[in-house]
Every structure is written in C-alpha cells, then in structure tokens.
Design a protein around this ligand. Structure first.
Ligand SMILES: Nc1ncnc2c1ncn2[C@@H]1O[C@H](COP(=O)(O)OP(=O)(O)OP(=O)(O)O)[C@@H](O)[C@H]1O
Ligand SMILES: [Mg+2]
Length: 297
C-alpha cells in the first residue's frame, strides 16, 4: 500500500503557489487492533484543578492505538504520506510574502461533511511538522462545537479559544499549552458556547489570527475546523487563514458536494484538496489518479 501525492487547488494565485493544481491523497491507515478506552465525559472538579497548568504530556500510547503518527515514527507509510502533504504547505508559508498570501502560516483543515478526517489530518500534520522540521507548530482546536483535539491528545486543561474570545481578561498565554513534544503547542477549543459562531466571526478573532500570524511568523498554525456544509463557522475561519486544506473522503463524498465546498472557499488565497482514506494501492508519486478525479473541481 502506498500513497498518492498531493494536490493544491488554489483560487487566486494559481501561478505563484507550488503544486497549485495537484491533489494530495492519503490512504486509509490500519488501526492498531488493541482496544482503546474512549473517554467522553464532561470535565470534573479534579479536571478544573489542573486548568491552570500550561503544560501537557500527550497520551502517545492512546494516539498510537488510534493509528496516529508516533513521536519517533519517521519511516512508516503514514509518516511518508505526511511528509509529502506538508511540503507544499510549508513552501507556501515560506514564500507567502512574495506570493502575496496573507497569513500564509495559518492553515485550516476543513471538509465538506463530518467524519472525512479533519482531526486525523490536523493532528498528524502538526506531529509531522513538529517531529521532523526545525519548525514550531501551534495546533488550535477550532471545531468549537465538537472539539476532538483535546480528547485525542489526552488534554484536560482549559480555558481555550472560546474563553479567550469571550473574555478579554484571558490572555493568549492563558490558553497556550506547551507539550512534551518541544515543537508542539496546543490551544484547546474551550467550553461549548451558544454564540460560538458570533465569537469566531468577532473582531477579537480576527485580531487573534492577525496576532498569531505576525508574532509567530516562523511557526505553522494548524486549525482543526468544523465541516463546511454543516455550519457557517468553517467558512468564517477559512477567510482568516492563508491556506485551506479541504479533506475529501475517498469514495464517500460526491463530486457535487466537493464543488459546493470549493464554491464557499473562493475568497481564500490557497485551497489544497486532500483525498483521504483511499483504499487502493498507488505508486508513491502517482499524482495522476487524484489529479484526474478532483484536480479541476
Ligand atoms: N487516513 C485515515 N486512515 C485511517 N483512519 C482514518 C483516516 N482518516 C480518518 N480516519 C478515522 O476516521 C474517523 C473520522 O476521522 P476524524 O475524526 O478525523 O474526522 P473529522 O472530519 O474530524 O470528523 P468530525 O467532522 O466529526 O470532526 C476517525 O476514527 C479517524 O481516526
Ligand atoms: Mg474532527
């Protein structure tokens, strides 16, 4: 089994962005067969006691069982696939000023529908960059309706993004968590809020994006987002970032649905499509399959 490569689809700056008309493909990774105890409970008072600690140890064992990249994994097929996926994103980030991509270091991972693999891609992309490149990554859980990053990484701390947006007494450093992977920091989503859409479209969110992009110019910021066609939040977020990765579940998401999503992303400087969960065997650099299928959507 192998991958296929990568695909960039870009709305405005077609000529100046690397691989702007190719499609990335990510194969379905076999899960470790060990049983995992999934936790899905609300924070308890014990959890609240650790809310002020700004350091977390990632639950690597649980992540590995779920089929995510391991801290020391540089040789697996998944590690190789993410090496290919991250390359054009990092190149666009580095050439952002020249290519006129605003906030090119901010990358939103979105999809049309739920369950296409946004969180899987967000975490693995962040781990891949933090593991292998001399770059810091900030992973932000912006799927504020259905936050999964904290659950997957075994993080219980908060406040998170929502509290920051809601309360100007909460500072950036209050929500920033350092992890035991030195190049990886995380911002959790925070508590659910009935006005989360309004908070994400607020001026404070815009200033947050500007500030993170400017202050951490050499750092990649990965946002895990809600699905585009289910909530308006993803479209709001897409307009704040420099690059968007549209994850498409292979053999599940119809072309018309993908087209609808692409239409919602026309204001974005760079839109890259990533065909996820492919089950077929491909050559490592077999770009053509993906390109033919979705490259011109
Ligand atoms: N390439 C892949 N290989 C193996 N498993 C995958 C892959 N992509 C996604 N999955 C699995 O599919 C399930 C759904 O993925 P994920 O939670 O990342 O989707 P999502 O788009 O974030 O969903 P939601 O919209 O509900 O947040 C998870 O169990 C995830 O581990
Ligand atoms: Mg998710």
């Amino acid at each position: 089994m192998s991958i296929i490569e990568n695909a960039l689809k870009k709305a405005n700056k077609q000529n100046s962005v690397e691989k702007s008309d190719e499609l990335s493909v990510l194969s379905a990774q076999p899960k470790n067969t060990l049983e995992i105890q999934k936790e899905d409970k609300q924070p308890t008072s014990d959890d609240l006691k650790i809310a002020k600690e700004n350091y977390v140890s990632i639950d690597w064992t649980s992540l590995a069982k779920e089929g995510f990249l391991d801290q020391n994994d540089t040789k697996s097929q998944l590690a190789e696939e993410f090496r290919v996926i991250k390359r054009p994103l990092v190149n666009n980030m580095q050439g952002g000023d020249v290519n006129g991509i605003k906030r090119s270091n901010l990358i939103l991972i979105c999809s049309s529908l739920p369950g296409e693999g946004k969180t899987f891609v967000s975490i693995n992309l962040a781990l891949s960059i933090a593991n292998e490149l001399d770059k810091s990554v900030l992973l932000i859980d912006a799927d504020v309706e259905k936050p999964s990053i904290s659950k997957q990484l075994g993080i219980k701390q908060y406040p998170g993004l929502i509290e920051y947006l809601e309360n100007d007494q909460i500072t950036f450093s209050d929500i920033l968590l350092k992890t035991d992977l030195p190049n990886l920091n995380v911002i959790p989503a925070g508590k659910r809020h009935k006005y989360s859409t309004e908070l994400l479209s607020s001026q404070r969110m815009y200033l947050f994006a500007e500030e993170v992009s400017r202050r951490y110019k050499d750092r990649i910021v990965v946002f895990d987002s809600p699905p585009l066609l289910v909530a308006t939040q993803a479209q709001i977020l897409a307009e704040l970032v420099g690059q968007v990765v549209l994850v498409i579940a292979a053999e599940e998401t119809p072309q018309t649905v993908v087209n609808e999503s692409i239409a919602k992303l026309t204001k974005c400087d760079v839109v890259m499509t990533l065909l996820n969960k492919t089950k077929k065997d491909f050559d490592l650099y077999g770009y053509n399959y993906g390109y033919g299928k979705y490259g011109h959507t």
